[in-house]
Write a protein that binds this ligand. Structure first.
Ligand SMILES: [Ca+2]
Length: 243
């Protein structure tokens, strides 16, 4: 990982967790009141129904990182908010002095489902010595087939520029397969000095359940001077082992 921060949901906040999935953190005994509230049409979640660390009443998680050319470090924040549903939403915000910019939205444009920040990492993907913000969003209260969205933003001290996005929404399957259900990203060493983003999408045949695709499509993406773009020659389709 070099000097970059590697921030995953598996370790404690002091080691750099920027996110956690709600469905992983709501104990099963606590789900029932949520479901009752949902059935009863109650949209506000009682504070006791969700863990304090990640509920709508939770305080923002804040990380100080150097993203740009000036000396003061920036704040990358995960900010939880109430949403119109029993699951908390959250978004990624950069704070730089007085400036405060939300990198991600709280709700999805089409159906109003919430977004929940699953993971945030900072890493130099462009080779200029400054780190980008790599964020991953899950649908709040998601199931396996719910929308996910991954993005990479550069911060120049004034504004954010989106240089990469990746989603399972509307992804085209390969010929011979009917859908893509899940999309995941990994940061990997590349064939040049620049790190690459490896994407993995599930390829489902007509009768494959969401859990169990017939194959996966992998591709790599690399900074081209303007965006992190797909490298067409890296595409490969891997059959899932049958057990
Ligand atoms: Ca700075």
């Amino acid at each position: 990982m070099g000097s970059s921060l590697h921030l995953s949901r598996a370790v404690g906040a002091t080691e750099g967790v920027i996110g956690a999935q709600v469905r992983d953190t709501i104990p099963s005994m606590k789900r029932r009141p949520l479901m009752i509230a949902l059935i009863a049409g109650i949209s506000i979640v009682p504070a006791t129904s969700v863990p304090a660390a990640h509920g709508p009443s939770a305080r923002a998680k804040v990380f100080r990182v150097q993203l740009d050319a000036d000396k003061p470090r920036e704040q990358v924040r995960i900010e939880p908010r109430r949403c119109e549903q029993p699951y908390p939403c959250s978004r990624v915000v950069v704070r730089d002095g007085q400036r405060r910019v939300a990198l991600t939205k709280l709700t999805q444009p089409k159906d109003g489902y919430g977004w929940d920040v699953a993971r945030v990492r900072v890493r130099d993907l462009t080779g200029d010595g400054r780190r980008e913000i790599i964020w991953e969003l899950d649908t709040a209260g998601a199931t396996v087939s719910s929308p996910t969205l991954v993005g990479v933003d550069q911060w120049d001290g004034r504004r954010a520029s989106r240089i990469f996005t990746f989603t399972n929404v509307g992804a085209m399957a390969e010929p011979g397969y009917s859908d893509v259900v899940t999309a995941q990203v990994k940061i990997v060493a590349g064939t040049t000095a620049l790190p690459e983003i490896e994407t993995t999408e599930s390829l489902h045949g007509r009768d494959d359940p969401n859990c169990c695709p017939s194959a996966r499509r992998k591709r790599r993406h690399r900074w081209d001077g303007r965006h992190i773009s797909p490298l067409p020659e890296t595409k490969r389709i891997e059959d899932e082992p049958t057990t």
